[in-house]
Design a binder for this molecule. Structure first.
Ligand SMILES: NC(=O)c1ccc[n+]([C@@H]2O[C@H](COP(=O)([O-])OP(=O)(O)OC[C@H]3O[C@@H](n4cnc5c(N)ncnc54)[C@H](OP(=O)(O)O)[C@@H]3O)[C@@H](O)[C@H]2O)c1
Length: 269
């Protein structure tokens, strides 16, 4: 899928997310020679070297200017790195793609007006190729947009944002969403234990229930409420559970997602 890519990429910050993206790109056929990584952590540098990738411990050590720079350090690390990044990308205009939460384009543009910028909000399932990437890239040339789409495709679904502000909602839904899903799985497992399910089987039971429900939702394409209704008969067992869950769950999840988006806005200020 990516074997034909000739553009060179530097990833700054190969931690959990940066490394997951790099691994997907390599799995999708990107030649390791197209990648450079800037990573402070020695253990992560060793992992990258084992994958055949040239690594550097600081941005100003890059031997050549990449065609594309991926910023995957923590948002709070960005401001202290502006000078070093400047040095790394020198004068040439390149494509800079940030996955940092809460650093708006206006702040990224401190790296220079000659560059083009994109913001991507991934989630942890990108490690499996089944992630979601919110994308805001308003001013790219067609070739840059094409390159970005090719690089994001092996990570999962791409959700294009019409305005930068939409990235807060994307953070609250797909960015943090896996955490809500795992919390629900944990809650279902705890309930299973309280009902006397064998502790050695409880996690498998929950995983299989979620996997089967997701496959059914995908295969039928039905809306989620209809799928829930299909399990619910009048005065039956599911109805007894839904009498407890229905409104409470919808309100709770909405409240959580709104708190998430609000925090995302605060961090961007
Ligand atoms: N994780 C998610 O679900 C998620 C989702 C969407 C967006 N993001 C964004 O992705 C970015 C990375 O998140 P993460 O969870 O992958 O964090 P992480 O695991 O801490 O990765 C950041 C990596 O950058 C390294 N680093 C720090 N300063 C550096 C420098 N000056 N030069 C080169 N490398 C440096 C860190 O090393 P040390 O650990 O040694 O400091 C670490 O290995 C964040 O901006 C976050 O907002 C994450």
């Amino acid at each position: 899928m990516l074997a034909h890519i000739t553009a060179t990429h530097a990833v700054m910050g190969a931690g959990r997310m940066g490394l997951a993206m790099i691994r997907r790109w390599l799995d999708a056929g990107l030649p390791p020679a197209r990648l450079m990584a800037i990573e402070i952590g020695e253990a992560n540098r060793s992992r990258l070297q084992a994958l055949g990738i040239q690594t550097f411990s600081a941005a100003d050590q890059l031997p050549s200017v990449p065609d594309m720079l991926w910023l995957a350090i923590k948002p709070q690390q960005f401001h202290a790195q502006i000078e070093a990044i400047h040095h790394a990308i020198r004068g040439r205009g390149i494509l800079i793609c940030s996955i940092m939460a809460g650093i708006p384009l206006a702040k990224l543009q401190a790296l220079g007006a000659q560059h083009h910028y994109a913001r991507v909000m991934p989630n942890t399932p990108v490690a499996t190729g089944q992630g979601v990437c919110g994308l805001f890239a308003p001013e790219l040339k067609a070739a840059q947009s094409d390159l970005l789409t090719q690089m994001l495709s092996p990570l999962g679904m791409i959700y294009p944002c019409r305005k930068e502000d939409d990235l807060h909602a994307i953070t609250a839904i797909s960015g943090s969403g896996p955490a809500y899903v795992y919390m629900f799985m944990h809650a279902l497992k705890e309930a299973a234990l309280r009902l006397g399910i064998d502790p050695s089987q409880a996690a498998d039971l929950v995983r299989a229930t979620l996997a089967g429900s997701l496959t059914l939702a995908e295969q039928t394409g039905q809306d989620f409420l209809s799928l829930a209704d299909a399990v619910t008969s009048p005065a039956g067992t599911t109805e007894a559970a839904r009498n407890v869950l229905d409104n409470a769950l919808i309100e709770l999840v909405a409240k959580a997602a709104i708190a998430n988006a609000q925090r995302s806005r605060e961090l961007a200020e």
